[in-house]
Design a binder for this molecule. Structure first.
Ligand SMILES: Nc1ncnc2c1ncn2[C@@H]1O[C@H](COP(=O)(O)OP(=O)(O)OP(=O)(O)O)[C@@H](O)[C@H]1O
Ligand SMILES: Nc1ncnc2c1ncn2[C@@H]1O[C@H](COP(=O)(O)OP(=O)(O)OP(=O)(O)O)[C@@H](O)[C@H]1O
Ligand SMILES: [Mg+2]
Ligand SMILES: [Mg+2]
Lengths: 227, 227
Protein backbone atom coordinates (compact mmCIF):
# COMPACT_ATOMS: atom_id res chain seq x y z
CA UNK A 1 0.00 0.00 0.00
CA UNK A 2 2.71 2.44 1.10
CA UNK A 3 6.34 2.11 -0.06
CA UNK A 4 8.82 4.82 0.88
CA UNK A 5 12.53 4.79 0.06
CA UNK A 6 15.19 7.26 1.18
CA UNK A 7 12.62 9.95 1.97
CA UNK A 8 14.27 13.26 2.91
CA UNK A 9 12.34 16.41 3.97
CA UNK A 10 14.11 19.69 4.49
CA UNK A 11 12.68 22.97 5.75
CA UNK A 12 14.44 26.25 5.12
CA UNK A 13 14.12 28.94 7.81
CA UNK A 14 16.06 32.00 6.78
CA UNK A 15 19.62 30.80 6.24
CA UNK A 16 19.14 27.60 8.22
CA UNK A 17 18.16 24.25 6.72
CA UNK A 18 16.37 21.84 9.08
CA UNK A 19 16.40 18.20 7.99
CA UNK A 20 13.17 16.90 9.55
CA UNK A 21 13.45 13.55 7.72
CA UNK A 22 16.90 12.18 6.86
CA UNK A 23 16.31 9.15 4.69
CA UNK A 24 13.24 7.19 5.80
CA UNK A 25 12.51 3.71 4.39
CA UNK A 26 9.02 2.45 5.28
CA UNK A 27 6.78 -0.28 3.95
CA UNK A 28 3.13 -0.51 5.13
CA UNK A 29 0.83 -3.30 3.92
CA UNK A 30 -2.81 -2.74 3.04
CA UNK A 31 -4.94 -3.23 6.17
CA UNK A 32 -2.05 -2.83 8.60
CA UNK A 33 -2.40 -0.91 11.93
CA UNK A 34 0.87 0.86 12.68
CA UNK A 35 1.90 3.21 15.52
CA UNK A 36 4.66 5.81 15.18
CA UNK A 37 6.40 7.03 18.35
CA UNK A 38 9.41 9.23 18.99
CA UNK A 39 10.62 12.30 20.87
CA UNK A 40 9.14 15.76 20.31
CA UNK A 41 10.74 17.16 17.12
CA UNK A 42 11.84 13.78 15.76
CA UNK A 43 9.85 14.13 12.51
CA UNK A 44 6.57 12.25 13.18
CA UNK A 45 4.18 14.92 11.88
CA UNK A 46 6.47 15.64 8.92
CA UNK A 47 6.41 11.93 8.01
CA UNK A 48 2.60 11.85 8.35
CA UNK A 49 2.26 14.91 6.12
CA UNK A 50 4.33 13.19 3.40
CA UNK A 51 2.39 9.90 3.76
CA UNK A 52 -0.90 11.85 3.59
CA UNK A 53 0.21 13.71 0.40
CA UNK A 54 -0.07 17.05 2.21
CA UNK A 55 3.59 17.82 1.66
CA UNK A 56 6.09 16.67 -0.96
CA UNK A 57 9.40 15.15 0.15
CA UNK A 58 12.61 16.99 -0.78
CA UNK A 59 13.91 13.71 -2.26
CA UNK A 60 13.23 9.96 -2.22
CA UNK A 61 10.55 7.68 -3.70
CA UNK A 62 6.98 7.39 -2.42
CA UNK A 63 4.58 4.89 -4.04
CA UNK A 64 1.00 4.91 -2.69
CA UNK A 65 -1.41 2.18 -3.80
CA UNK A 66 0.86 1.43 -6.77
CA UNK A 67 1.13 5.07 -7.92
CA UNK A 68 4.38 7.08 -7.75
CA UNK A 69 3.06 10.29 -6.11
CA UNK A 70 5.88 12.40 -7.56
CA UNK A 71 4.17 11.98 -10.95
CA UNK A 72 0.92 13.54 -9.65
CA UNK A 73 0.07 17.23 -9.83
CA UNK A 74 -1.56 19.18 -6.99
CA UNK A 75 -5.12 18.50 -8.18
CA UNK A 76 -4.51 14.77 -8.37
CA UNK A 77 -2.95 14.79 -4.89
CA UNK A 78 -5.98 16.71 -3.55
CA UNK A 79 -8.30 14.11 -5.12
CA UNK A 80 -6.40 11.29 -3.38
CA UNK A 81 -6.51 13.17 -0.08
CA UNK A 82 -10.25 13.81 -0.30
CA UNK A 83 -11.28 10.31 -1.34
CA UNK A 84 -8.78 7.88 0.06
CA UNK A 85 -7.20 9.44 3.14
CA UNK A 86 -8.69 10.58 6.44
CA UNK A 87 -6.30 12.87 8.32
CA UNK A 88 -6.59 13.77 12.01
CA UNK A 89 -4.26 16.76 12.50
CA UNK A 90 -2.24 17.34 15.67
CA UNK A 91 -3.58 20.91 15.57
CA UNK A 92 -7.18 19.87 14.69
CA UNK A 93 -7.45 22.43 11.82
CA UNK A 94 -11.20 22.95 12.22
CA UNK A 95 -13.04 25.79 10.48
CA UNK A 96 -13.69 28.31 13.24
CA UNK A 97 -16.47 30.16 11.44
CA UNK A 98 -18.94 27.31 11.36
CA UNK A 99 -20.36 24.82 13.83
CA UNK A 100 -19.23 21.24 14.58
CA UNK A 101 -21.95 19.68 12.48
CA UNK A 102 -20.91 21.58 9.39
CA UNK A 103 -17.21 20.86 10.02
CA UNK A 104 -17.93 17.10 10.04
CA UNK A 105 -20.28 17.36 7.04
CA UNK A 106 -17.70 19.14 4.88
CA UNK A 107 -15.77 16.10 3.49
CA UNK A 108 -19.10 14.61 2.41
CA UNK A 109 -19.99 17.84 0.59
CA UNK A 110 -16.64 17.69 -1.26
CA UNK A 111 -17.36 14.04 -2.00
CA UNK A 112 -20.67 14.96 -3.61
CA UNK A 113 -22.80 12.93 -1.17
CA UNK A 114 -26.55 13.72 -1.22
CA UNK A 115 -27.74 16.11 1.49
CA UNK A 116 -30.01 13.76 3.44
CA UNK A 117 -27.39 10.96 3.57
CA UNK A 118 -24.53 13.25 4.51
CA UNK A 119 -26.48 14.92 7.32
CA UNK A 120 -27.40 11.51 8.68
CA UNK A 121 -23.77 10.35 8.59
CA UNK A 122 -22.39 13.55 10.12
CA UNK A 123 -24.90 13.30 12.97
CA UNK A 124 -24.04 9.63 13.54
CA UNK A 125 -20.29 10.31 13.56
CA UNK A 126 -20.64 13.15 16.08
CA UNK A 127 -22.75 10.89 18.23
CA UNK A 128 -20.07 8.18 18.03
CA UNK A 129 -17.42 10.54 19.42
CA UNK A 130 -19.83 11.64 22.17
CA UNK A 131 -20.59 15.14 20.95
CA UNK A 132 -24.23 15.17 19.82
CA UNK A 133 -24.90 17.66 22.65
CA UNK A 134 -22.40 20.12 21.15
CA UNK A 135 -23.42 19.93 17.47
CA UNK A 136 -24.25 23.61 17.10
CA UNK A 137 -21.20 24.89 18.98
CA UNK A 138 -18.41 26.56 17.07
CA UNK A 139 -14.92 25.17 17.71
CA UNK A 140 -13.99 28.06 20.00
CA UNK A 141 -16.99 27.19 22.19
CA UNK A 142 -15.60 23.73 22.91
CA UNK A 143 -13.01 22.23 25.24
CA UNK A 144 -9.63 21.09 23.83
CA UNK A 145 -10.55 17.43 23.82
CA UNK A 146 -13.97 18.16 22.31
CA UNK A 147 -12.29 20.00 19.40
CA UNK A 148 -10.02 17.01 18.97
CA UNK A 149 -13.01 14.69 18.77
CA UNK A 150 -14.68 16.88 16.13
CA UNK A 151 -11.44 16.65 14.09
CA UNK A 152 -11.56 12.84 14.48
CA UNK A 153 -15.22 12.70 13.43
CA UNK A 154 -14.45 14.83 10.36
CA UNK A 155 -11.52 12.58 9.33
CA UNK A 156 -13.55 9.38 9.65
CA UNK A 157 -16.93 10.46 8.24
CA UNK A 158 -15.93 9.61 4.67
CA UNK A 159 -14.89 6.09 5.80
CA UNK A 160 -11.56 6.51 3.94
CA UNK A 161 -9.33 3.58 2.98
CA UNK A 162 -6.32 5.03 4.81
CA UNK A 163 -6.58 6.74 8.21
CA UNK A 164 -3.70 8.88 9.48
CA UNK A 165 -4.13 10.19 13.02
CA UNK A 166 -1.47 12.49 14.54
CA UNK A 167 -1.66 12.37 18.37
CA UNK A 168 -5.47 11.72 18.35
CA UNK A 169 -5.67 11.36 22.15
CA UNK A 170 -3.24 14.13 23.21
CA UNK A 171 -6.04 16.16 24.84
CA UNK A 172 -8.23 13.29 26.04
CA UNK A 173 -8.50 11.58 29.42
CA UNK A 174 -7.80 7.86 29.16
CA UNK A 175 -11.48 6.83 29.30
CA UNK A 176 -12.44 9.13 26.39
CA UNK A 177 -9.19 8.10 24.65
CA UNK A 178 -10.17 4.42 24.90
CA UNK A 179 -13.61 5.23 23.40
CA UNK A 180 -11.90 6.88 20.44
CA UNK A 181 -9.53 3.91 20.05
CA UNK A 182 -12.53 1.57 19.91
CA UNK A 183 -13.79 3.56 16.90
CA UNK A 184 -10.38 3.31 15.24
CA UNK A 185 -10.16 -0.41 15.88
CA UNK A 186 -13.63 -1.05 14.46
CA UNK A 187 -12.70 0.85 11.28
CA UNK A 188 -9.42 -1.04 11.10
CA UNK A 189 -11.23 -4.38 11.51
CA UNK A 190 -13.17 -3.54 8.30
CA UNK A 191 -9.86 -3.66 6.39
CA UNK A 192 -8.58 -0.10 6.52
CA UNK A 193 -4.92 0.84 6.69
CA UNK A 194 -4.25 2.93 9.78
CA UNK A 195 -1.26 4.86 11.08
CA UNK A 196 -1.38 6.48 14.52
CA UNK A 197 1.27 8.87 15.83
CA UNK A 198 1.24 8.84 19.61
CA UNK A 199 3.41 9.47 22.65
CA UNK A 200 1.10 7.44 24.87
CA UNK A 201 2.07 3.79 25.30
CA UNK A 202 -1.55 2.65 25.95
CA UNK A 203 -2.44 3.92 22.46
CA UNK A 204 0.59 2.36 20.74
CA UNK A 205 -0.15 -1.00 22.33
CA UNK A 206 -3.27 -1.29 20.17
CA UNK A 207 -0.93 -1.73 17.18
CA UNK A 208 0.90 -4.91 16.19
CA UNK A 209 3.81 -2.81 14.97
CA UNK A 210 5.45 0.32 16.43
CA UNK A 211 7.93 2.38 14.38
CA UNK A 212 10.28 4.46 16.55
CA UNK A 213 11.48 7.68 14.94
CA UNK A 214 14.57 9.46 16.22
CA UNK A 215 16.00 12.62 14.76
CA UNK A 216 14.44 12.14 11.32
CA UNK A 217 15.17 8.44 10.77
CA UNK A 218 13.63 5.13 11.88
CA UNK A 219 15.60 3.90 14.89
CA UNK A 220 13.51 0.77 15.50
CA UNK A 221 10.68 -1.17 13.85
CA UNK A 222 9.09 -3.14 16.70
CA UNK A 223 6.69 -6.03 16.11
CA UNK A 224 4.55 -6.39 19.25
CA UNK A 225 2.39 -9.44 19.93
CA UNK A 226 -0.73 -9.25 17.75
CA UNK A 227 -3.57 -7.50 19.69
CA UNK B 1 -3.64 31.66 48.72
CA UNK B 2 -6.68 30.60 46.70
CA UNK B 3 -10.16 30.35 48.26
CA UNK B 4 -13.13 29.58 46.02
CA UNK B 5 -16.72 29.10 47.18
CA UNK B 6 -19.72 28.06 45.11
CA UNK B 7 -18.06 29.06 41.83
CA UNK B 8 -20.45 28.79 38.87
CA UNK B 9 -19.46 29.50 35.24
CA UNK B 10 -22.07 29.53 32.49
CA UNK B 11 -21.52 29.96 28.77
CA UNK B 12 -24.34 31.03 26.48
CA UNK B 13 -24.36 29.62 22.94
CA UNK B 14 -27.35 30.88 21.02
CA UNK B 15 -30.35 29.80 23.09
CA UNK B 16 -28.45 27.18 25.03
CA UNK B 17 -26.79 27.73 28.42
CA UNK B 18 -23.85 25.44 29.21
CA UNK B 19 -22.93 25.20 32.90
CA UNK B 20 -19.19 24.44 32.69
CA UNK B 21 -18.75 24.88 36.49
CA UNK B 22 -21.66 24.07 38.80
CA UNK B 23 -20.61 25.20 42.25
CA UNK B 24 -16.90 24.56 42.87
CA UNK B 25 -15.39 24.91 46.34
CA UNK B 26 -11.59 24.86 46.34
CA UNK B 27 -8.92 25.88 48.82
CA UNK B 28 -5.24 25.94 47.76
CA UNK B 29 -2.46 26.83 50.22
CA UNK B 30 0.53 28.97 49.28
CA UNK B 31 3.32 26.72 47.97
CA UNK B 32 1.04 23.77 47.26
CA UNK B 33 1.45 21.56 44.14
CA UNK B 34 -1.96 20.40 42.96
CA UNK B 35 -3.05 18.33 39.95
CA UNK B 36 -6.53 18.57 38.39
CA UNK B 37 -7.83 15.61 36.39
CA UNK B 38 -11.18 14.78 34.82
CA UNK B 39 -12.89 13.72 31.60
CA UNK B 40 -12.77 15.83 28.44
CA UNK B 41 -15.39 18.59 28.85
CA UNK B 42 -15.59 18.34 32.65
CA UNK B 43 -14.59 22.00 33.22
CA UNK B 44 -10.81 21.84 33.92
CA UNK B 45 -9.77 24.66 31.55
CA UNK B 46 -12.75 26.77 32.61
CA UNK B 47 -11.68 26.38 36.26
CA UNK B 48 -8.09 27.29 35.36
CA UNK B 49 -9.24 30.39 33.49
CA UNK B 50 -11.18 31.56 36.58
CA UNK B 51 -8.25 30.80 38.92
CA UNK B 52 -5.90 32.65 36.53
CA UNK B 53 -8.21 35.73 36.43
CA UNK B 54 -8.64 35.31 32.67
CA UNK B 55 -12.39 34.86 33.02
CA UNK B 56 -14.88 35.99 35.65
CA UNK B 57 -17.20 33.44 37.27
CA UNK B 58 -20.95 33.83 36.72
CA UNK B 59 -21.40 33.63 40.52
CA UNK B 60 -19.52 32.60 43.67
CA UNK B 61 -16.63 34.02 45.70
CA UNK B 62 -12.98 33.98 44.68
CA UNK B 63 -10.32 35.36 47.02
CA UNK B 64 -6.73 35.34 45.66
CA UNK B 65 -3.87 36.23 48.02
CA UNK B 66 -6.35 37.86 50.38
CA UNK B 67 -8.02 39.98 47.69
CA UNK B 68 -11.64 39.43 46.53
CA UNK B 69 -11.12 39.46 42.75
CA UNK B 70 -14.71 40.54 42.07
CA UNK B 71 -13.72 43.97 43.45
CA UNK B 72 -10.97 44.37 40.83
CA UNK B 73 -11.42 46.00 37.45
CA UNK B 74 -9.95 44.66 34.21
CA UNK B 75 -6.69 46.63 34.51
CA UNK B 76 -6.08 45.38 38.03
CA UNK B 77 -6.78 41.81 36.93
CA UNK B 78 -4.33 42.22 34.03
CA UNK B 79 -1.69 43.52 36.47
CA UNK B 80 -2.14 40.43 38.70
CA UNK B 81 -1.94 38.16 35.65
CA UNK B 82 1.25 39.77 34.37
CA UNK B 83 3.11 39.89 37.66
CA UNK B 84 1.89 37.03 39.78
CA UNK B 85 0.60 34.31 37.48
CA UNK B 86 2.32 32.23 34.80
CA UNK B 87 -0.24 30.55 32.54
CA UNK B 88 0.55 27.66 30.17
CA UNK B 89 -2.46 27.46 27.83
CA UNK B 90 -3.83 24.18 26.46
CA UNK B 91 -3.79 25.87 23.04
CA UNK B 92 -0.33 27.48 23.56
CA UNK B 93 -1.52 30.96 22.38
CA UNK B 94 1.83 31.99 20.94
CA UNK B 95 2.22 35.05 18.72
CA UNK B 96 2.60 33.65 15.22
CA UNK B 97 4.16 36.76 13.72
CA UNK B 98 7.35 36.69 15.72
CA UNK B 99 10.00 34.15 16.62
CA UNK B 100 10.29 31.95 19.74
CA UNK B 101 12.84 34.17 21.39
CA UNK B 102 10.60 37.21 21.19
CA UNK B 103 7.57 35.21 22.37
CA UNK B 104 9.45 34.22 25.54
CA UNK B 105 10.88 37.71 26.04
CA UNK B 106 7.45 39.37 25.90
CA UNK B 107 6.36 38.97 29.57
CA UNK B 108 9.68 40.54 30.60
CA UNK B 109 9.04 43.50 28.29
CA UNK B 110 5.60 44.00 29.91
CA UNK B 111 7.29 43.70 33.28
CA UNK B 112 9.69 46.52 32.41
CA UNK B 113 12.83 44.37 32.76
CA UNK B 114 16.03 45.90 31.26
CA UNK B 115 16.92 44.66 27.79
CA UNK B 116 20.20 42.90 28.58
CA UNK B 117 18.73 41.02 31.57
CA UNK B 118 15.57 39.99 29.78
CA UNK B 119 17.42 38.68 26.71
CA UNK B 120 19.69 36.65 28.99
CA UNK B 121 16.70 35.18 30.86
CA UNK B 122 14.72 34.41 27.68
CA UNK B 123 17.76 32.63 26.21
CA UNK B 124 18.28 30.63 29.43
CA UNK B 125 14.60 29.62 29.62
CA UNK B 126 14.55 28.42 26.00
CA UNK B 127 17.70 26.46 26.68
CA UNK B 128 16.06 24.87 29.75
CA UNK B 129 13.15 23.57 27.66
CA UNK B 130 15.62 22.27 25.03
CA UNK B 131 14.91 24.75 22.26
CA UNK B 132 18.01 26.95 21.92
CA UNK B 133 18.43 25.47 18.42
CA UNK B 134 15.01 26.79 17.38
CA UNK B 135 15.19 30.32 18.83
CA UNK B 136 14.69 32.12 15.54
CA UNK B 137 11.89 29.88 14.29
CA UNK B 138 8.37 31.21 14.19
CA UNK B 139 5.74 29.04 15.93
CA UNK B 140 4.43 27.65 12.63
CA UNK B 141 7.95 26.41 11.86
CA UNK B 142 7.95 24.19 14.93
CA UNK B 143 6.57 20.79 15.89
CA UNK B 144 3.51 20.58 18.20
CA UNK B 145 5.56 19.67 21.25
CA UNK B 146 8.13 22.37 20.48
CA UNK B 147 5.36 25.01 20.41
CA UNK B 148 4.14 23.67 23.74
CA UNK B 149 7.61 24.07 25.21
CA UNK B 150 7.86 27.67 23.98
CA UNK B 151 4.52 28.34 25.72
CA UNK B 152 5.95 26.80 28.91
CA UNK B 153 9.14 28.88 28.66
CA UNK B 154 7.07 32.03 28.20
CA UNK B 155 4.89 31.25 31.25
CA UNK B 156 7.86 30.59 33.51
CA UNK B 157 10.32 33.29 32.39
CA UNK B 158 8.89 35.85 34.84
CA UNK B 159 9.32 33.36 37.71
CA UNK B 160 5.73 34.05 38.82
CA UNK B 161 4.42 33.22 42.31
CA UNK B 162 1.58 31.10 40.92
CA UNK B 163 1.99 28.72 37.96
CA UNK B 164 -1.08 27.38 36.18
CA UNK B 165 -0.34 24.78 33.47
CA UNK B 166 -3.21 23.34 31.39
CA UNK B 167 -2.15 19.95 29.91
CA UNK B 168 1.57 21.01 29.65
CA UNK B 169 2.69 17.58 28.38
CA UNK B 170 -0.21 16.76 26.02
CA UNK B 171 2.04 16.89 22.96
CA UNK B 172 5.26 15.60 24.51
CA UNK B 173 6.81 12.13 24.60
CA UNK B 174 7.31 10.92 28.16
CA UNK B 175 11.07 11.66 28.22
CA UNK B 176 10.57 15.28 27.16
CA UNK B 177 7.55 15.43 29.48
CA UNK B 178 9.71 14.34 32.44
CA UNK B 179 12.27 17.05 31.57
CA UNK B 180 9.51 19.66 31.70
CA UNK B 181 8.21 18.27 35.00
CA UNK B 182 11.70 18.61 36.49
CA UNK B 183 11.56 22.33 35.67
CA UNK B 184 8.14 22.62 37.31
CA UNK B 185 9.30 20.75 40.40
CA UNK B 186 12.39 22.92 40.79
CA UNK B 187 10.24 26.07 40.60
CA UNK B 188 7.80 24.55 43.07
CA UNK B 189 10.63 23.67 45.45
CA UNK B 190 11.44 27.40 45.61
CA UNK B 191 8.03 27.98 47.20
CA UNK B 192 5.72 28.61 44.28
CA UNK B 193 2.07 27.59 44.17
CA UNK B 194 1.45 25.32 41.20
CA UNK B 195 -1.67 23.84 39.62
CA UNK B 196 -1.33 21.35 36.74
CA UNK B 197 -4.26 20.12 34.67
CA UNK B 198 -3.39 16.76 33.15
CA UNK B 199 -4.93 13.56 31.81
CA UNK B 200 -1.66 11.69 32.23
CA UNK B 201 -1.26 9.80 35.48
CA UNK B 202 2.57 10.02 35.45
CA UNK B 203 2.23 13.82 35.55
CA UNK B 204 -0.44 13.85 38.29
CA UNK B 205 1.68 11.57 40.47
CA UNK B 206 4.19 14.41 40.93
CA UNK B 207 1.53 16.15 43.03
CA UNK B 208 0.65 15.37 46.67
CA UNK B 209 -2.98 16.20 45.93
CA UNK B 210 -5.20 15.41 42.91
CA UNK B 211 -8.58 17.09 42.47
CA UNK B 212 -10.95 15.09 40.24
CA UNK B 213 -13.46 17.19 38.30
CA UNK B 214 -16.60 15.62 36.89
CA UNK B 215 -19.26 17.50 34.99
CA UNK B 216 -18.43 20.90 36.49
CA UNK B 217 -18.00 19.92 40.13
CA UNK B 218 -15.27 18.36 42.28
CA UNK B 219 -16.03 14.65 42.59
CA UNK B 220 -12.96 13.76 44.65
CA UNK B 221 -10.06 15.51 46.42
CA UNK B 222 -7.34 12.86 46.66
CA UNK B 223 -4.30 13.22 48.94
CA UNK B 224 -1.56 11.00 47.50
CA UNK B 225 1.58 10.01 49.42
CA UNK B 226 3.97 13.00 49.47
CA UNK B 227 6.42 12.70 46.50
N1 LIG C 1 -16.95 29.50 24.97
C1 LIG C 1 -17.75 28.47 25.26
N2 LIG C 1 -19.05 28.52 24.92
C2 LIG C 1 -19.87 27.46 25.19
N3 LIG C 1 -19.51 26.34 25.82
C3 LIG C 1 -18.21 26.26 26.19
C4 LIG C 1 -17.26 27.29 25.93
N4 LIG C 1 -16.05 26.89 26.39
C5 LIG C 1 -16.23 25.67 26.92
N5 LIG C 1 -17.53 25.29 26.80
C6 LIG C 1 -18.12 24.02 27.27
O1 LIG C 1 -17.89 23.93 28.68
C7 LIG C 1 -17.52 22.59 29.02
C8 LIG C 1 -16.19 22.64 29.80
O2 LIG C 1 -15.16 23.08 28.97
P1 LIG C 1 -13.64 23.02 29.45
O3 LIG C 1 -12.80 23.59 28.34
O4 LIG C 1 -13.47 23.66 30.77
O5 LIG C 1 -13.38 21.45 29.61
P2 LIG C 1 -12.04 20.63 29.91
O6 LIG C 1 -12.26 19.85 31.15
O7 LIG C 1 -10.87 21.54 29.87
O8 LIG C 1 -11.99 19.63 28.69
P3 LIG C 1 -10.69 19.03 27.87
O9 LIG C 1 -10.08 18.00 28.77
O10 LIG C 1 -11.36 18.44 26.65
O11 LIG C 1 -9.77 20.14 27.54
C9 LIG C 1 -17.36 21.82 27.71
O12 LIG C 1 -18.40 20.88 27.58
C10 LIG C 1 -17.45 22.83 26.61
O13 LIG C 1 -18.23 22.40 25.52
N1 LIG D 1 7.76 24.67 8.68
C1 LIG D 1 8.90 24.33 9.31
N2 LIG D 1 10.01 25.09 9.12
C2 LIG D 1 11.15 24.77 9.77
N3 LIG D 1 11.32 23.72 10.59
C3 LIG D 1 10.24 22.93 10.80
C4 LIG D 1 8.98 23.20 10.19
N4 LIG D 1 8.10 22.26 10.61
C5 LIG D 1 8.78 21.45 11.44
N5 LIG D 1 10.07 21.84 11.55
C6 LIG D 1 11.13 21.21 12.35
O1 LIG D 1 11.25 19.86 11.90
C7 LIG D 1 11.40 18.99 13.04
C8 LIG D 1 10.36 17.89 12.97
O2 LIG D 1 9.07 18.44 13.15
P1 LIG D 1 7.80 17.50 13.34
O3 LIG D 1 6.61 18.40 13.47
O4 LIG D 1 7.75 16.49 12.27
O5 LIG D 1 8.13 16.76 14.71
P2 LIG D 1 7.23 15.80 15.60
O6 LIG D 1 7.95 14.51 15.75
O7 LIG D 1 5.83 15.74 15.07
O8 LIG D 1 7.23 16.53 17.02
P3 LIG D 1 6.07 16.64 18.15
O9 LIG D 1 6.01 15.32 18.83
O10 LIG D 1 6.59 17.74 19.03
O11 LIG D 1 4.76 17.00 17.49
C9 LIG D 1 11.25 19.85 14.29
O12 LIG D 1 12.47 20.00 14.95
C10 LIG D 1 10.75 21.19 13.82
O13 LIG D 1 11.37 22.27 14.48
MG1 LIG E 1 3.98 16.38 15.74
MG1 LIG F 1 -9.23 21.76 28.61
Amino acid sequence: MITMQSIVKEYRTGEVVVQALRGVDLEVERGELLAIMGPSGSGKSTLMNVIGCLDRPTSGQYVLGGVDVSTLDDNELAAIRNRKIGFVFQTFNLLSRTDCFHNVELPLIYGGVARKVRQERAREMLDKVGLSHRMRHHPNELSGGERQRVAIARALVNEPQIILADEPTGNLDSKTGEEILRIFRALHAEGRTMILVTHERYVAEHAARIVHLLDGTIAEDERTSQR
